[in-house]
Design a protein around this ligand. Structure first.
Ligand SMILES: Nc1ncnc2c1ncn2[C@@H]1O[C@H](COP(=O)(O)OP(=O)(O)O)[C@@H](O)[C@H]1O
Ligand SMILES: [Mg+2]
Length: 245
């Protein structure tokens, strides 16, 4: 309990001379669901990319499980193995659903039969075992996201990050994905960080919310508190839908 997954100290990200992100302090604790909120262009995706070692901060420090995030190859791989980023448009390989889920296990020194078994177990877990042999290109947006989740959990990471996972999905698919995310958190004990534009989703799903505005972390706190009594006026405006994004 209380293990720190991520700790951010004075992280700045610049592209050219434009400062995109400037976060003094942010703590992500094990076992919770976090949402990252903020208008378009506020730096949400950049933050996730940096946490996933897909982009380097221009300055500052990030700890992951008590160790600084590292771009030194060996340590970087070890750290990346404990985190998964699911992006908006999940890239699927042009093969079966099963092969897509097995793909990430390639580097885990498992035999083919064992990898297949683990992948099937993950597909069963997300309720997609019947479509294991279907071609990944034939999936709907909702199905593709569920397969993406299977592909993530099969790796048994400590944290799963999702960048707008339910954007342009029908309400039924959204509900399915939200329920899955809850189960991943509750039953597998994984920490979840979701970037979402959907304020209702943030409120339904997350324990804590993080509000970004123009690259700055304005506020982090218990989600219900952020929606009913945020400290900062910009947060209050945002959750009231008064800042257009
Ligand atoms: N590779 C890049 N080069 C230059 N600017 C970028 C790059 N990636 C993102 N940006 C800029 O950084 C800002 C934050 O982007 P992003 O993190 O995608 O915001 P959000 O996900 O909150 O919409 C935007 O102004 C965007 O144009
Ligand atoms: Mg984004």
């Amino acid at each position: 309990m209380g293990t720190e997954i991520f700790t951010i100290n004075n992280v700045v990200k610049r592209y050219g001379d434009k400062e995109i992100l400037n976060i003094k302090s942010l703590n992500i604790k094990e076992g919770k669901i976090y949402t990252v909120l903020g208008p378009n262009g506020s730096g949400k995706s950049t933050l996730l990319r940096i946490l996933n070692l897909l982009d380097r901060p221009s300055a500052g420090e990030i700890s992951f499980l008590g160790q600084l995030l590292s771009f030194e190859k060996g340590l970087m791989l070890e750290q990346q193995r404990q985190m998964v980023l699911v992006t908006q448009r999940t890239v699927m390989f042009s093969t079966t659903v099963l092969a897509n889920v097995m793909y990430g296990l390639k580097w885990r020194k498992l035999g083919r039969a064992q990898a297949r078994e683990k992948a099937m177990e993950a597909l069963r877990w997300v309720g997609m075992e019947e479509i294991a042999q279907r071609h990944a290109c034939t999936l709907s947006g909702g199905e593709a996201q569920r397969v993406a989740l299977a592909r993530a959990i099969v790796l048994r990471p400590r944290v799963i990050m999702l960048d707008e996972p339910t954007v342009s999905m029908d309400p039924h698919s959204v509900a399915l994905i939200e329920e899955l995310i809850r189960r991943v958190n509750r039953d597998l004990g994984l920490t979840i960080i979701i970037v979402t534009h959907n304020l209702f989703q943030a409120r339904r799903l997350s324990d804590e919310s993080i509000f970004l505005y123009e690259g700055h972390l304005i506020e982090q706190g218990i989600t219900e508190k952020m929606f009913t009594g945020a400290a900062d006026s910009r947060t209050r405006q945002f959750v009231a839908g008064e800042i257009v994004y």
